[in-house]
Each structure stands twice: as structure tokens, then as C-alpha cells.
Design a binder for this molecule. Structure first.
Ligand code: V4E
Length: 215
């Protein structure tokens, strides 16, 4: 399962100019629709697991180590077999007294008593850039108004994380970002604004931090 190492940042007036100066290749602008799901008692997000359907495709992000400051690291998969295995581990094999995680994805978004309930829909306009060293920069604007940038590296295993962190720090410096500078993610702002009860539970559990970064 690949690991996404990421640093979020506040987009500045000169960010695009700096990216061009570094030889970044613009991959274009697209729109993403993310529908996020959890159990009624929020067991997935309270375990820092983020299940979504992005433009019709299931994706799951789960923690891959602690991450520090504005840097995070999550395993991500689009394989339904891997998603079901992980849901089984987090929710238990007989989750909800039904037929196990295999039924879970099938119940998401259906009427009746689904085990997985949709808790957020985020639509993002994204302009993506590719840089040398396998780095990618996304400049996002969410439909509810939040703007942010993300520097990302996708690595094959935990041994590659330190190198990815170094490359991200180097690029951050070239983009003029301060070490301690932080920008909350789209989900952070969405939950704070539209689902304050859910947001508070994640703060209480230490999954989200008030200032929007991992400590
Ligand atoms: C992992 C996570 C969430 C899932 C969304 O991940 P993110 O990379 O923020 O969104 P997006 O749309 O840019 O996805 P991409 O296209 O890069 O795959 S929502 C919250 N988290 C956890 C989390 C956390 N606990 N702390 C911080 C600083 N960020 C994320």
C-alpha cells in the first residue's frame, strides 16, 4: 500500500510564480467530488481512518506513523479487498451485527439502515503541478471557500518516508514557507464549520488538533 507524505500550506500570491520558476509542470485543473463515510458512532474517523468515494471510486486513508507539525503520512488504497480488510480490523469482523465489512461498502449511500453514513461532501477545484524528485503540488479551492496548497510525495514503504520528508522540506523552503507555518485541511474546516459535534469528538480524541496540524 503506498504511503502519502504531505505538507499542507497557505497559498500565497507568488506561489504559482515560484512553482514555474522551479520548472514545475502544470498538469491542469480538475474538479473532485469526495463523499466521506463513517459509522454512526464515528469509529472510522476516531481511528483516523478516512473512507471516501472520490468521483465514484472507493478510497481509504489510514495512519502510517505519527507525522509531525504540518507534515502527515497516511497509507492510501483504492483496492476494495484492502479497504474491506482494514474496515474489518477497525470495525470488527461482525461490524454492526451484520454480515461483516463485506456488506459495509454495499450499504453506503443506500436507503434503509446503512452501516456507513455519509457525513461530508466536499467538491474541490484542483490545479496540480509535478516537480522533479517525484513531488506533486496541488492548489485546492473547496466549494465552501477554503483554499490551501499541498506538497505531496507518494512512497512505496516506510523506509522511504525520511527521504520524502527531506524533499518536501526543501521544496517548502523554495516556496518561501516557514517551518512552523500551518494551514488546516479542507476536512478540518468543513467539520469545524458544518459538523461541530463530530469536530469536537475528533479534537477530544487527538485525531485533529485545534490549530489544524499534528503535534
Ligand atoms: C487523512 C485525512 C483526511 C482525508 C483527506 O485527506 P487530505 O489529503 O487532507 O485531502 P485531499 O482532498 O487533499 O486528498 P488527496 O487528493 O491529497 O488524496 S481528512 C483528515 N485527515 C487526517 C488529517 C489529520 N489528522 N491531520 C492533518 C494535518 N491532516 C489530515
Amino acid at each position: 500500500m503506498p504511503i502519502e507524505v504531505e505538507r499542507k500550506f497557505q497559498v500565497r500570491e507568488d506561489t504559482v510564480q515560484r512553482l514555474r520558476g522551479l520548472g514545475a509542470l502544470c498538469l491542469g485543473t480538475s474538479h473532485l467530488e469526495d463523499r466521506y463515510f463513517d459509522t454512526e458512532d464515528l469509529r472510522l474517523t476516531l481511528s483516523d481512518c478516512w473512507l471516501r468515494r472520490r468521483d465514484g471510486c472507493w478510497q481509504l486513508k489510514s495512519p502510517a506513523g505519527a507525522g509531525t507539525g504540518p507534515l502527515t503520512q497516511y497509507r492510501e488504497t483504492e483496492s476494495e479487498a484492502e479497504i474491506l480488510a482494514l474496515l474489518g480490523r477497525v470495525l470488527g469482523p461482525g461490524a454492526g451485527g451484520h454480515g461483516g465489512p463485506g456488506e459495509l461498502l454495499g450499504t453506503a449511500g443506500t436507503l434503509g439502515a446503512p452501516l456507513l453514513l455519509e457525513f461530508a461532501v466536499l467538491v474541490t477545484e484542483r490545479t496540480a503541478y509535478r516537480l522533479e524528485g517525484g513531488l506533486r503540488v496541488d492548489l485546492d479551492r473547496a466549494d465552501f471557500g477554503h483554499r490551501l496548497g499541498e506538497i505531496e510525495a507518494l512512497v512505496g514503504g516506510e523506509g522511504e518516508i525520511p527521504g520524502a520528508l527531506d524533499r518536501i522540506r526543501e521544496l517548502a523552503a523554495k516556496l518561501g514557507l516557514e517551518d512552523g507555518e500551518q494551514q488546516p485541511g479542507k476536512m478540518h474546516v468543513y467539520l469545524q464549520r458544518y459538523r461541530p459535534h463530530h469536530f469536537q469528538k475528533l479534537l477530544d480524541a487527538g485525531v485533529l488538533r485545534p490549530e489544524g496540524v499534528k503535534q
